[in-house]
Design a protein around this ligand. Structure first.
Ligand code: 4NP
Length: 164
Protein backbone atom coordinates (compact mmCIF):
# COMPACT_ATOMS: atom_id res chain seq x y z
CA UNK A 1 0.00 0.00 0.00
CA UNK A 2 1.25 3.48 -0.79
CA UNK A 3 1.05 6.32 1.71
CA UNK A 4 -1.48 8.52 -0.08
CA UNK A 5 -3.92 5.78 -1.12
CA UNK A 6 -5.90 3.20 0.84
CA UNK A 7 -5.58 0.49 -1.79
CA UNK A 8 -3.46 -0.02 -4.90
CA UNK A 9 -4.18 -2.24 -7.89
CA UNK A 10 -1.85 -3.29 -10.71
CA UNK A 11 -3.05 -4.98 -13.92
CA UNK A 12 -0.51 -7.13 -15.73
CA UNK A 13 -0.62 -8.67 -19.22
CA UNK A 14 2.08 -9.61 -21.72
CA UNK A 15 2.65 -6.42 -23.70
CA UNK A 16 0.97 -3.77 -21.50
CA UNK A 17 -0.66 -2.31 -24.61
CA UNK A 18 -3.99 -4.22 -25.02
CA UNK A 19 -5.51 -5.87 -21.95
CA UNK A 20 -3.88 -4.32 -18.88
CA UNK A 21 -4.22 -0.66 -20.01
CA UNK A 22 -7.91 -1.39 -20.62
CA UNK A 23 -8.24 -2.91 -17.16
CA UNK A 24 -6.52 0.15 -15.70
CA UNK A 25 -8.71 2.57 -17.67
CA UNK A 26 -12.02 0.84 -16.96
CA UNK A 27 -11.31 0.44 -13.26
CA UNK A 28 -10.15 4.07 -12.97
CA UNK A 29 -13.35 5.17 -14.72
CA UNK A 30 -15.59 3.14 -12.42
CA UNK A 31 -13.72 4.42 -9.36
CA UNK A 32 -14.31 7.98 -10.53
CA UNK A 33 -18.02 7.23 -10.78
CA UNK A 34 -17.94 5.95 -7.18
CA UNK A 35 -15.90 8.96 -6.03
CA UNK A 36 -13.10 6.62 -4.98
CA UNK A 37 -10.30 7.86 -7.25
CA UNK A 38 -8.43 9.52 -4.41
CA UNK A 39 -8.46 6.31 -2.35
CA UNK A 40 -7.46 3.70 -4.92
CA UNK A 41 -4.34 3.80 -7.06
CA UNK A 42 -4.52 1.96 -10.39
CA UNK A 43 -1.66 1.15 -12.75
CA UNK A 44 -0.69 -1.45 -15.36
CA UNK A 45 2.45 -3.21 -16.59
CA UNK A 46 3.59 -6.04 -18.86
CA UNK A 47 5.64 -9.15 -18.37
CA UNK A 48 7.31 -8.67 -21.77
CA UNK A 49 9.55 -5.88 -23.02
CA UNK A 50 8.56 -5.57 -26.70
CA UNK A 51 6.45 -2.44 -26.37
CA UNK A 52 8.16 -0.49 -23.60
CA UNK A 53 7.32 3.21 -23.71
CA UNK A 54 4.48 2.75 -26.21
CA UNK A 55 0.94 4.03 -25.71
CA UNK A 56 -1.95 1.54 -25.60
CA UNK A 57 -2.80 -0.33 -28.81
CA UNK A 58 -5.15 1.85 -30.95
CA UNK A 59 -7.75 -0.93 -30.92
CA UNK A 60 -7.90 -0.84 -27.10
CA UNK A 61 -7.97 2.96 -27.15
CA UNK A 62 -10.83 2.88 -29.65
CA UNK A 63 -13.02 0.39 -27.79
CA UNK A 64 -12.47 2.33 -24.56
CA UNK A 65 -13.36 5.66 -26.20
CA UNK A 66 -16.57 4.18 -27.56
CA UNK A 67 -17.51 3.62 -23.93
CA UNK A 68 -16.43 7.10 -22.88
CA UNK A 69 -13.11 6.05 -21.36
CA UNK A 70 -9.74 7.60 -22.24
CA UNK A 71 -6.82 5.22 -21.75
CA UNK A 72 -3.60 6.54 -20.26
CA UNK A 73 -0.03 5.54 -19.62
CA UNK A 74 2.90 4.13 -21.53
CA UNK A 75 3.96 0.48 -21.48
CA UNK A 76 6.36 -0.55 -18.73
CA UNK A 77 7.62 -3.85 -17.45
CA UNK A 78 6.44 -5.33 -14.18
CA UNK A 79 9.16 -5.60 -11.51
CA UNK A 80 9.81 -7.15 -8.11
CA UNK A 81 9.26 -3.69 -6.57
CA UNK A 82 5.66 -3.80 -7.76
CA UNK A 83 5.02 -6.62 -5.29
CA UNK A 84 5.95 -4.24 -2.47
CA UNK A 85 4.06 -1.28 -3.91
CA UNK A 86 0.71 -2.82 -4.78
CA UNK A 87 -1.97 -4.51 -2.70
CA UNK A 88 -3.54 -6.35 -5.62
CA UNK A 89 -1.74 -7.60 -8.70
CA UNK A 90 -4.09 -8.95 -11.36
CA UNK A 91 -2.82 -11.29 -14.07
CA UNK A 92 -4.89 -11.20 -17.23
CA UNK A 93 -4.18 -14.82 -18.15
CA UNK A 94 -2.52 -17.94 -16.79
CA UNK A 95 0.74 -17.35 -18.65
CA UNK A 96 0.98 -13.90 -17.07
CA UNK A 97 0.20 -15.49 -13.69
CA UNK A 98 2.99 -18.02 -14.13
CA UNK A 99 5.50 -15.27 -14.97
CA UNK A 100 4.32 -13.24 -12.00
CA UNK A 101 4.63 -16.23 -9.64
CA UNK A 102 8.28 -16.36 -10.63
CA UNK A 103 8.76 -12.70 -9.62
CA UNK A 104 6.70 -13.25 -6.48
CA UNK A 105 9.11 -15.98 -5.39
CA UNK A 106 11.75 -13.25 -5.02
CA UNK A 107 9.80 -11.31 -2.39
CA UNK A 108 8.97 -12.33 1.15
CA UNK A 109 5.62 -10.68 1.36
CA UNK A 110 3.63 -8.36 -0.81
CA UNK A 111 0.71 -8.04 -3.16
CA UNK A 112 -2.19 -10.43 -3.40
CA UNK A 113 -1.67 -12.07 -6.78
CA UNK A 114 -4.75 -13.33 -8.61
CA UNK A 115 -6.20 -13.92 -12.03
CA UNK A 116 -8.36 -10.85 -12.58
CA UNK A 117 -11.34 -12.95 -13.69
CA UNK A 118 -11.56 -14.59 -10.28
CA UNK A 119 -13.87 -11.60 -9.75
CA UNK A 120 -15.85 -12.19 -12.98
CA UNK A 121 -19.51 -12.76 -12.04
CA UNK A 122 -19.96 -14.70 -15.34
CA UNK A 123 -16.81 -16.80 -15.00
CA UNK A 124 -16.77 -20.37 -16.22
CA UNK A 125 -13.88 -22.81 -16.13
CA UNK A 126 -11.51 -20.59 -18.13
CA UNK A 127 -10.38 -17.49 -16.25
CA UNK A 128 -8.19 -16.00 -18.98
CA UNK A 129 -8.82 -12.64 -20.60
CA UNK A 130 -7.83 -13.93 -24.07
CA UNK A 131 -4.97 -12.10 -25.79
CA UNK A 132 -6.65 -10.08 -28.59
CA UNK A 133 -3.43 -8.83 -30.22
CA UNK A 134 -3.36 -11.10 -33.27
CA UNK A 135 -7.13 -11.49 -33.64
CA UNK A 136 -9.80 -9.36 -35.29
CA UNK A 137 -11.53 -6.30 -33.83
CA UNK A 138 -14.32 -8.44 -32.34
CA UNK A 139 -11.80 -9.69 -29.81
CA UNK A 140 -11.51 -6.18 -28.40
CA UNK A 141 -15.27 -5.92 -27.85
CA UNK A 142 -15.34 -9.32 -26.15
CA UNK A 143 -12.40 -8.21 -24.03
CA UNK A 144 -14.10 -4.93 -23.11
CA UNK A 145 -17.26 -6.68 -21.88
CA UNK A 146 -15.25 -9.19 -19.86
CA UNK A 147 -13.10 -6.51 -18.25
CA UNK A 148 -16.01 -4.13 -17.67
CA UNK A 149 -18.25 -6.60 -15.82
CA UNK A 150 -15.28 -7.88 -13.80
CA UNK A 151 -14.27 -4.33 -12.84
CA UNK A 152 -17.84 -3.66 -11.70
CA UNK A 153 -17.72 -6.72 -9.42
CA UNK A 154 -14.26 -5.80 -8.15
CA UNK A 155 -15.39 -2.26 -7.31
CA UNK A 156 -18.20 -3.77 -5.23
CA UNK A 157 -15.57 -5.84 -3.43
CA UNK A 158 -13.43 -2.73 -2.86
CA UNK A 159 -16.38 -0.74 -1.59
CA UNK A 160 -16.99 -3.35 1.09
CA UNK A 161 -13.25 -3.56 1.85
CA UNK A 162 -13.06 0.21 2.24
CA UNK A 163 -16.36 0.28 4.16
CA UNK A 164 -17.74 3.19 2.16
P1 4NP B 1 -1.38 -7.53 -24.27
O1 4NP B 1 -1.38 -7.97 -25.80
O2 4NP B 1 -0.55 -8.54 -23.53
O3 4NP B 1 -2.82 -7.60 -23.90
O4 4NP B 1 -0.81 -6.13 -24.23
C1 4NP B 1 -0.22 -8.22 -26.53
C2 4NP B 1 0.50 -7.18 -27.06
C3 4NP B 1 1.62 -7.43 -27.82
C4 4NP B 1 2.03 -8.74 -28.04
C5 4NP B 1 1.31 -9.79 -27.49
C6 4NP B 1 0.20 -9.52 -26.73
N1 4NP B 1 3.17 -9.00 -28.83
O5 4NP B 1 3.47 -10.18 -29.07
O6 4NP B 1 3.86 -8.06 -29.26
Amino acid sequence: MTAEYDVSVLYVCLGNICRSPLGEGVLAHRLEEEDLSSRVRVDSAGTGAWHLGEPPDPRSTEVALRHGIALRGLARRVSVEDFHEFDYIFAMDRANLQDLRHLESQVEEGARLNLFREFDPDKDGDLDVPDPYYGGPDGFDVMFDMIDRTCAAFVEHLVSELSV
